[in-house]
Write a protein that binds this ligand. Structure first.
Ligand code: ADP
Ligand code: MG
Length: 388
């Protein structure tokens, strides 16, 4: 697609370019955002995903112009806007704390940015009507924000943010305060708005499901840096770091030593085959990551397809979750894992019994073991599962 090409091409004159941007807040020493580069294509739905404190809000605030950049630059359609005032950037924003004007009706709230732009009255009325239709609030035009539910208030905020057709819409956890059902509903509304408007959407969340559902691409933030950028399936199927693998979805993680020439990971007791190993990892610690739906369980090891990795495990628990069973596994080296079985298919074992676990090595990713890097902090939970 031409959009994807744009985002990777140098000299991106259309779209939004973040080039080597850092932020060090006054009175702090560690950067909140640390040398982030990202190209966002026109019309793209991109999500900044990461845990609390990873720098998402800081990055979005620098894009919007609410927070200054300490280093690097931000370009919109080829123009450096790093020092431009927020209103000059022509971006719509819906931040968590971005409240509506409480004394103004829904209509007046939505009309506000158009009045500021000195648009003629008749045109304002038409644009507001169109925005009300977009967020399905035609019936609520005359109400005050206090007469609306939380979800309806966020719809008004969305309508107000897009009514003047900004260059892009920036949203910081806009669904954070809503309960599950309303969240799901508004998620679908946001996806529909994106399709209808064809506008660039930049969305911030710490919720992996929200990110996977909505985004064309996701940038995973960790400690102020981007760990990986890719489509939802890139990140899920081909995580490049242990952080990405563990932040998005569940996985079983086998730790060992990478042997590139043999094409294997040498774990304590077994050596899974590993195609496409990164040569830079040779001789150092690696983690083979496998998603639950890729693990097959067999009572009879004879049924494992040739070429697939196999290892024995004890079933620790079986949890029924509606359309599938989650099967907890403990491997001989102490690694804990989980497999998923579609409900209605026979389970090969009950808790306490042993099974053979197998998977296609094509469906596994081998990433560097952060616990093996002398400079990295050693996270306690990753050490606990280390192969012996
Ligand atoms: P996120 O949105 O991912 O939770 P933030 O961008 O809010 O992350 O915060 C990133 C880091 O910057 C955190 O360590 C936070 O404490 C720090 N931080 C955020 N805002 C400020 C500020 N105004 N002054 C100093 N430190 C800040
Ligand atoms: Mg935040």
């Amino acid at each position: 697609m031409s959009q994807a090409d744009h985002s990777k091409s140098p000299g991106n004159s259309h779209g939004i370019r973040i080039a080597g941007v850092s932020k060090v807040y006054a009175g702090t020493s560690r950067p909140a955002v640390d040398d982030v580069s990202l190209d966002i294509a026109p019309g793209e739905f991109i999500t900044l995903l990461g845990p609390s404190g990873s720098g998402k809000t800081t990055m979005l605030s620098m894009l919007a112009g609410f927070v200054s950049v300490s280093a690097g630059k931000i370009e919109i359609d080829g123009k450096d806007v790093s020092r431009q005032k927020p209103h000059k950037r022509n971006l719509g924003v819906v931040f968590q704390q971005y409240a509506l004007f409480p004394h103004m009706s829904v209509t007046k709230n939505i009309a506000f940015p158009l009045q500021q732009r000195r648009m003629p009255k008749a045109e304002i009325a038409a644009k507001v009507d169109e925005a009300l239709r977009l967020v399905h609030l035609e019936e609520y035009a005359d109400r005050l924000p206090s007469q609306l539910s939380g979800g309806q208030q966020q719809r008004v905020a969305l309508a107000r943010a897009v009514v003047y057709r900004p260059r892009a819409l920036l949203m910081d956890e806009p669904l954070g305060a809503l309960d599950r059902k309303l969240r799901d509903e508004l998620q679908r509304e946001i996806a529909r708005m994106h399709r209808e408007l064809g506008m660039t959407f930049i969305f911030v969340t710490h919720d992996q499901h929200e990110a996977l559902t909505l985004s064309d691409r996701i940038a995973v933030f960790n400690e102020g840096r981007i760990e990986q950028v890719g489509t939802p399936s890139d990140l899920y199927e081909r995580p490049e770091t242990l952080f990405v693998a563990q932040f998005l979805g569940e996985s079983t993680c086998f730790r060992g030593t990478v042997d590139v020439s043999a094409g294997v990971l040498r774990c304590g007791g077994f050596t899974p085959r590993a195609p496409r190993l990164d040569a830079g990892l040779d001789g150092s610690g690696g983690v083979a990551v496998v998603r639950p739906e890729r693990l097959d369980l067999h009572s009879d090891a004879g049924s494992v397809p040739t070429g697939h990795n196999r290892v024995r495990a004890t079933v620790t628990e079986i949890v029924y979750v509606g359309n599938h069973h989650q099967v907890g596994l403990r491997f001989a080296d102490g690694t804990n894992g989980s497999a998923m079985r579609v409900a209605g298919r026979d389970l090969p074992a009950v808790p306490g019994e042993e099974v053979t676990v197998s998977w296609d090595p094509e469906h596994q990713s081998v990433v560097a073991d952060p616990a093996d890097e002398p400079t990295a902090e050693r996270p306690a939970e990753t050490l606990g599962a280390a192969a012996t």
